[in-house]
Design a protein around this ligand. Structure first.
Ligand code: SF4
Length: 366
């Protein structure tokens, strides 16, 4: 078996470690580029969302490298995601590639479902071996997410723009190569100290902007034109509401104390939306309500034609919790210059609100 997975931020790093420890021939597809997007758009039905298209682009580029199995997300929720694996498999077949697309129902089967799929892909490796490999992959995931959260705080105040991004990409490569817990711990500690020593402008109090929306476009920078870095350059500290490590942490399997963040978010959305509408629409509304007192504004990332996020987009302006929301529709037509103009206008608005005392007035110091 030759296996690949889609790109979604740095997720390939923990999974590479996991699969290699289980002796699975794991291929990392080429990073998302204009070529990936062109292939994706060319072979996808036009009205489907950008996650479908970019996942297909990754599949085609991985198939060119000779894979025979592709592990992806699926599910039988309300959105179209549940159909995607079969449609993509059929498109690959029409293109002459014999690839089995294996999907994991992340919402309904959670971590247990993922582990069962891994057992199958590893030709029935013993559970103890799977758990050990998984734990090490998880340690990499936690290290990456912890460092990235510090990067999000340093970006808006660093004097030399791009320094924290450089440190993060260097750390990501080193974490990818790390082969034991001690190296991993040291890398995490050293990178966080380096980030804390970056020369910064201590005069500014950065605006705080939450990033919410559909899981894939929130996590894959190529699909949102790296909106977090762009906001950082404009002096904004972002608080992303979704990290893969959170999804794993709040999965019932690792959550014996019943700490259910998702339930808290759903509860917050209840006055405006009474039930799951598929994808992450319910969460987008809940995030706005829950964090309105902590953020100056919210950037809502919604794939074009995504029904759950269209519903959320229409509810958000009507909530009692009044913080400005900028919805960015992500698809192949999204252009950097257009997005930057809108971000600049949004940041101007938030600064005016803060000056006028109607913002949340955070002490945004790092
Ligand atoms: S939630 Fe929206 S963007 Fe995500 S797979 Fe479903 S329809 Fe596509």
């Amino acid at each position: 078996m030759r296996l690949a997975m889609p790109h979604m931020g740095n997720i390939y790093i923990p999974f590479r470690s996991l699969f290699e420890r289980l002796g699975i021939d794991y291929v990392i597809p080429p990073p998302n580029t204009q070529r990936t997007l062109s292939l994706a758009v060319r072979y996808s039905p036009e009205g489907l969302c950008i996650p479908f298209k970019l996942l297909l682009g990754n599949m085609i580029e991985a198939a060119e490298l000779g894979i025979d199995t592709f592990l992806t997300v699926g599910g039988c929720g309300i959105c179209r995601l549940g159909y995607y694996a079969k449609i993509q498999e059929q498109i690959l077949c029409d293109l002459g590639y014999n690839v089995e697309v294996v999907s994991v129902g992340v919402s309904e089967n959670k971590l247990a479902g993922l582990l069962k799929k891994i057992k199958r892909l590893s030709q029935d490796a013993p559970w103890i071996k799977i758990i050990r490999a998984f734990r090490f992959g998880l340690a990499k995931l936690y290290a990456l997410d912890k460092i990235e959260q510090v990067v999000q705080k340093v970006r808006p105040v660093e004097l030399l723009k791009g320094t924290s991004n450089q440190l993060f990409s260097r750390a990501s490569e080193a974490i990818n190569r790390a082969d034991d817990y001690a190296t991993l711990k040291k890398l995490e500690k050293d990178t966080i100290s380096e980030l804390n020593e970056v020369t910064r402008n201590n005069e500014v109090e950065p605006l705080i902007v939450g990033i919410t929306g559909e899981f894939y476009v929130v996590l894959e920078p190529f699909s949102n034109l790296d909106v977090e870095s762009e906001l950082g350059k404009l002096g904004v500290e972002v608080r992303r509401t979704t990290f893969v490590s959170n999804w794993i942490k709040y999965s019932w399997f690792l959550n014996p104390l019943g700490l259910n963040e998702k339930a808290r978010i759903h509860q917050a959305a209840l006055p405006y939306l009474k039930r799951d509408i598929g994808g992450d629409g319910w969460e987008s509304v809940g995030e706005k309500v829950l964090h309105a007192g902590e953020y100056d504004g919210l950037v809502h990332l919604a794939p074009f034609t995504c029904m759950p996020e269209i519903v959320a987009q229409n509810i958000m302006p009507a909530t009692r919790e009044k913080i400005p929301v900028l919805t960015i529709i992500c698809d192949e037509q999204l252009a950097k210059s257009g997005m930057l103009t809108r971000l600049e206008a949004f940041v101007d608005l938030l600064q005016c609100r803060r000056r006028a005392g109607s913002g949340n007035g955070h002490k945004g110091k790092v």
